[in-house]
Design a protein around this ligand. Structure first.
Ligand SMILES: Cc1ncc(COP(=O)(O)O)c(C=O)c1O
Length: 399
């Protein structure tokens, strides 16, 4: 096959491990294998009816033309009102940029802020895309390692150690993918105290905010003095089961949000008009819809307790209790370097992950993808029946 000289900045780009796992699952399913997938990062619920109806209505009204870069003003106003109510802030619609998923918002934030030589502090275990997006923007990811022993939360000491004069960005993600860790107000305050004398810009990724099983503390509520150097990233994907609609947003200081819109005006311009009108319903106050969101979170909590209980019965693994999102991240080092059911010996979590797919037909994601060897991520955004059967297969294949 012909080889191509791709751009140098792609040399370090790692393809998404979750996407690779999904492709393998699809292939096995096409061969007739009944695979139970714990690898997807999306709610298994349908988008709530009023949101779908608004999308259909937008189509019927022919609202299918270009919109302003960064979103229609009604949606930006609604998001500003939501952010202000949630965070006690006074953002205007101009300080909101609607993006094609939170993922694009994060990508644009790195593009708008980073130069070669800048550093981005991204606590590990991390959501894979932060690292690749930082690298694509020329920044160097600095990844202080948190562990299950401390609930996967960055300590002030770790942050102090990671900070340098080159630190441009600090990423906070609470609730976290992949660990489900949620920072308390006191923990966020302690991090704020460390950042006081730095010039770092904080990106707070709050995409799982609706799925917190403990009192949820927001970065800017706790550290409002950071408003002029914080970007809030969020979106409709997880809270409203809208992953395919691709609606996210960035909220922050006007000059940074304007820079993000400027890049957007030369790239995707805006997320689909239909999606924006659907999201307008999600972000317009509506008690019934709030209840639907709470019901989904309650269902996730029930499944979390179910999967934690089942995993606890498996010798060789330990699992920190996640306080949010829909992932558990068990430590599986006790299963490595010893013969499993058919004599196979796995030396890494990636190997164990492949073994589980081949032997037990369950799909998880190895911790290596999140900068955390020795762990495996299970998404429990799946049915209770699949959780019970999937963990049974897991137990059987490692006993
Ligand atoms: C931590 C985190 N941030 C951002 C995203 C991006 O979500 P989306 O682009 O669907 O809004 C995800 C998706 O899995 C995520 O887990």
């Amino acid at each position: 096959m012909k080889t191509y000289r791709l751009a140098r900045r792609l040399a370090q780009l790692e393809p998404s491990a979750t996407a690779a796992m999904n492709a393998r699952v699809q292939q096995l399913r096409a061969e007739g294998v009944k695979v139970i997938s714990f690898s997807v990062g999306e709610p298994d619920f349908n988008t709530p009816e009023p949101i779908k109806a608004a999308g259909i209505d937008a189509l019927n009204k022919n609202l299918t033309h270009y919109t302003p870069a960064g979103g229609i003003v009604e949606l930006r106003k609604a998001i500003a009102a939501r952010v202000n109510a949630d965070q006690g802030l006074t953002y205007t619609a101009n300080q909101i940029c609607v993006t094609t998923g939170a993922k694009e918002g994060l990508y644009l934030a790195f593009q708008a802020l980073c130069d070669e030589g800048d550093e981005a502090i991204i606590p590990a275990p991390y959501w894979v895309s932060y690292i690749e997006q930082a690298k694509l923007a020329g920044a160097t990811p600095i990844t202080p390692m948190t562990t299950d022993a401390t609930g996967f939360r960055l300590t002030p000491e770790q942050l102090r150690e990671a900070l340098t004069p080159r630190t441009k960005i600090v990423v906070l993600n609470s609730p976290s993918n992949p660990t489900g860790a949620v920072y308390s107000a006191a923990e966020l305050r302690a991090l704020a105290d460390v950042l006081q004398d730095s010039e770092a810009i904080i990106i707070t990724d709050e995409i799982y905010d609706a799925i917190s099983y403990v009192e949820y503390a927001r970065w800017l509520q706790v550290a409002p003095e950071f408003a002029d150097r914080t970007l809030i990233v969020n979106g409709a994907s997880k809270a409203y089961a809208m992953t395919g609609w691709r609606v996210g947003y960035v909220a922050g200081p006007l000059p940074i949000v304007t820079a993000i819109k400027d890049i957007l005006s030369h790239t995707s311009t805006h997320t689909a008009s239909i999606s924006q009108y659907a999201a307008l319903v999600a972000y317009t106050p509506n008690a019934e819809l709030d209840q639907t969101v709470r019901d989904m979170a309650a269902a996730f909590l029930k499944r979390r307790d179910l999967i934690l209980g089942l995993l606890a019965e498996i010798p060789g693994i330990t699992c920190a209790v996640p306080d949010g999102a829909f992932y558990v991240f068990p430590n599986i080092t006790g299963l490595l370097n010893r013969p499993l059911k058919n004599g196979t010996v796995c030396t890494t979590s990636d190997e164990l992950n492949n073994y589980l797919l081949d032997q037990a037909h369950i799909a998880c994601v190895g911790g290596e993808s999140f900068g955390a060897p020795g762990y495996i991520r299970f998404s429990y955004a799946t049915s209770e029946a699949d959780i019970i059967e999937g963990v049974r297969r897991f137990r059987e294949s490692v006993s």
